[in-house]
Each structure stands twice: as structure tokens, then as C-alpha cells.
Design a protein around this ligand. Structure first.
Ligand code: SAM
Ligand code: SF4
Ligand code: SF4
Length: 364
């Protein structure tokens, strides 16, 4: 049987990778894009593989045993990742998040963490939690500051339907506790809400994580990628999440921790802690988006919904100097004009055969 082509190269082929001619040249100092947004957060995807098949991210029908995941030689090495990260830190990046695919599947990930931890940044990682019992202590010892763990329900049947690999809730909960015991706190727990699939889990999740010290965050189901069959009627607006929880436990809005924080914050009036809602669909936050993404194979993306990246890996492997890389990165950011979520309705119309980049590849 033919091996399935990856979706990504098709998307990349749509656009030249360095459309920089009309971008202002770098002039030193901290970087602002065309909309005045600074580069602050770097998300690094370390693998496009995962041991889950979440229905909204890597549906089995697409990501099956014929799917062509990246060969090992295409992956950026840890040395290459650290080199790029260092340049970004020089350009103003203050936060680095390791992601994927499932980042804990990347062999010796703690070695990468150890090197990145030497940079003056907040260093975090997003994981499905399945390997945390095994790895939390080593990650902490390597210098990781915090983890975000994804969990889409407390009911085993619902969660198993969401991850589609029969993975039980209890193992993720054990992973969260192992991370807390290792000191990777405060832990954020991300729950993607799909109306009609797991929205009955909102209240059980809220009840479970109140008073736990962990911050539960509900994410609107996004139209990222081209394989998850996204439909607007499956998006449960964050306002409804807040209303449902607020009806049982009164909530008060609280200020963002910093300008540009993606989650709207709410606290339980009785002191039970806080929750967050990420309203990527109903309340786009492009105006304050300071994120840039480095894919597993070294493509740089200025938006989660980008249809083309900038190929850093070739440059890294051609002996390009740090100065030239710095200059390219600065030009990419200065040329950035993305605001997909703000203009979603028009932009979801793609040319025939076009594909948006998958979350598991670009890194959530
Ligand atoms: N495998 C890790 C995990 O699940 O935490 C890290 C990678 S995953 C792509 C990062 C985050 O993206 C997860 O919290 C996941 O729930 C979220 N995500 C993936 N697809 C999504 C979608 N279509 N809409 C909203 N969030 C999504
Ligand atoms: Fe894997 Fe994370 Fe995507 Fe789920 S959301 S399939 S755990 S990469
Ligand atoms: Fe940032 Fe693009 Fe998401 Fe807007 S759509 S918040 S620009 S990643």
C-alpha cells in the first residue's frame, strides 16, 4: 500500500518560503512586526509523532500506519534547536514552550531541556501526561520550570473517545500528581471542548480541580489543520463554559498576568482557585499575539494557521552564520502581518487541494 503523504509539504508548496523582499530590514533592538507586536514566545515542536490520536488533532483516519511521519534525519538536532533558541532570546524572546506531537516521546528530551534551561527564559512544556510519571523528576532536574497537561474529561469513556487510543484518565491524573510532586507547578490542565463530545465534562473537571492548586483551562475547538473535520457548531463558546461553571460555583473575572496572555482568567469566589478560558474562535487575540513557532524540521511559522514557513534547517546545515540567521529571523518577524483568527471566516476558504498545517506538526 502507498505511504500517505504528509499534509505539510503541500501547504508549504503554496507559498515561497522567504517572501521577505518588502519587509523592513532589521535595525537592532527588540523586534516588532507590522502590527507592532513584539516577539516574546517561542514554541518549539520536537516531534510530529504522538501516542494519542485525539479526534480534534490527529484523527486516526488520517494519522494511521500509512501516514508519513518525518524521518529522523529531517528533525532538527538538539544542537540546532538550542542555536536557534539562543538567537531568539537575543531578539527578545522571554518564554520557550516545548511541544509537539507528544514532546516526551522525543528521545533524551531532558538533554534538550538541560541546554535550554541555561537561557534566561521561562521554560515550559505541553504534554498529554502519559509519560510524566516516568519523566517528571528528570525534567525538573534538567531545569524545566512548569508543565501544561492536556486532559479532555474525567469520565473514562469520554476521555477514551477523545484520545481514541483507549488511554485511561487515571494515568493522566497520576502524571499530573507526579509533575506536582516534582515541583513543576503551577500546573495548567488544558481541556479542549467539543460541543456534543465532551462538554458534559466541564462541570466534573471544574469540581475535580477546584482547590487542587492546578489551573484548569478550557480551550475552544479550533479549525487548525485540515484533517479534524472542524465545524463551527462543535465550538462551545468560552462564555458558555464560564456560565455553566459560574452557575454552580460563582466566578469573578481577574486581570491578566501580563499583556497578551491568551487565557481569560476567572477565580472561584469561595477561594477554590482559578480557571482560564482560551477563546481562540469567539474572541480572537491576534492583536496581542507574540508567538512564533519552530516546527520539528526547522520551519519557522509566524502563525498557527500559516500556510508557509521559513526554512531555517537548510540554513543551519549550510553553515550560515549566527549573524545571518539573526538577520533572517528579524526580517521574518518584521514582515509578519498574521491575524488569522480575526479574519477566520474569509480565510477558511482555501484554494482547492490546499491544506492548513497540522497542530501535531507545527506544535500547539
Ligand atoms: N501532545 C501534547 C498535548 O496534547 O498536550 C502537546 C501538543 S498538542 C498539539 C498541544 C495542545 O494543543 C493540546 O493542549 C491540545 O489539546 C491542543 N489542541 C490540539 N488540537 C486542537 C484543536 N483543534 N483545537 C484546540 N486545541 C487543540
Ligand atoms: Fe497528540 Fe497532543 Fe495532538 Fe492529542 S493533542 S493527538 S496528545 S499531539
Ligand atoms: Fe497568533 Fe495567528 Fe493565532 Fe492570531 S491566529 S493568535 S496571529 S497564531
Amino acid at each position: 500500500m502507498d505511504t500517505k503523504a504528509r499534509i505539510i509539504p503541500i501547504a508549504n508548496a503554496l507559498k515561497p518560503v522567504t517572501p521577505l523582499d518588502d519587509a523592513p530590514a532589521p535595525q537592532g533592538g527588540s523586534l516588532a512586526d507590522r502590527r507592532g507586536r513584539r516577539v516574546r514566545d517561542l514554541r518549539i515542536s520536537v516531534t510530529d509523532r504522538c501516542n494519542f490520536r485525539c479526534v480534534y488533532c490527529m484523527p486516526k483516519a488520517v494519522f494511521d500506519h500509512d501516514y508519513a511521519f518525518l524521518p529522523r534525519t529531517d528533525l532538527l538536532s538538539f544542537e540546532e534547536i538550542v542555536r536557534v533558541a539562543r538567537i531568539f532570546v537575543d531578539q527578545g524572546v522571554e518564554k520557550i514552550r516545548i511541544t509537539g506531537g507528544e514532546p516526551l516521546l522525543r528521545k533524551h528530551i531532558e538533554n534538550l531541556i538541560e541546554q535550554l534551561a541555561k537561557l534566561p527564559v521561562e521554560l515550559t512544556l505541553t504534554t498529554n501526561g502519559s509519560l510524566l510519571v516516568k519523566k517528571a523528576r528528570a525534567l525538573k532536574d534538567a531545569g524545566l520550570h512548569r508543565v501544561t497537561v492536556s486532559l479532555d474529561g474525567l469520565d473514562d469513556a469520554v476521555f477514551k473517545r477523545m484520545n481514541d487510543v483507549d488511554y485511561p484518565v487515571s494515568d493522566v491524573l497520576d502524571g499530573i500528581e507526579a509533575a506536582a510532586a516534582a515541583g513543576l507547578a503551577p500546573i495548567k490542565v488544558n481541556c479542549v471542548v467539543k460541543r456534543g463530545s465532551n462538554d458534559d465534562q466541564i462541570l466534573p473537571m471544574a469540581r475535580h480541580f477546584r482547590h487542587s492548586g492546578h489551573i484548569l483551562r478550557f480551550i475552544e475547538f479550533m479549525d487548525v489543520g485540515s484533517s479534524n473535520g472542524w465545524r463551527m457548531d462543535e465550538v462551545l463558546p468560552s462564555a458558555e463554559v464560564v456560565a455553566r461553571i459560574g452557575a454552580e460555583f460563582p466566578l469573578q473575572a481577574i486581570d491578566a498576568n501580563y499583556p497578551g496572555e491568551v487565557a481569560g482568567r476567572w477565580r472561584y469566589a469561595d477561594g477554590g482557585g482559578e480557571i482560564g478560558v482560551i477563546s481562540s474562535v469567539t474572541q480572537a487575540f491576534c492583536a496581542s499575539c507574540t508567538r512564533i513557532r519552530l516546527s520539528t524540521e526547522g520551519q519557522l511559522y509566524t502563525c498557527l494557521f500559516a500556510q508557509g514557513g521559513h526554512d531555517l534547517r537548510s540554513l543551519l546545515r549550510q553553515g550560515t552564520t549566527d549573524q545571518a540567521l539573526e538577520s533572517l529571523i528579524a526580517r521574518v518577524w518584521r514582515g509578519r502581518d498574521d491575524r488569522y483568527s480575526e479574519i477566520r471566516s474569509a480565510a477558511t476558504e482555501l484554494p482547492t487541494g490546499a491544506a492548513k498545517i497540522e497542530m501535531s506538526y507545527i506544535g500547539g
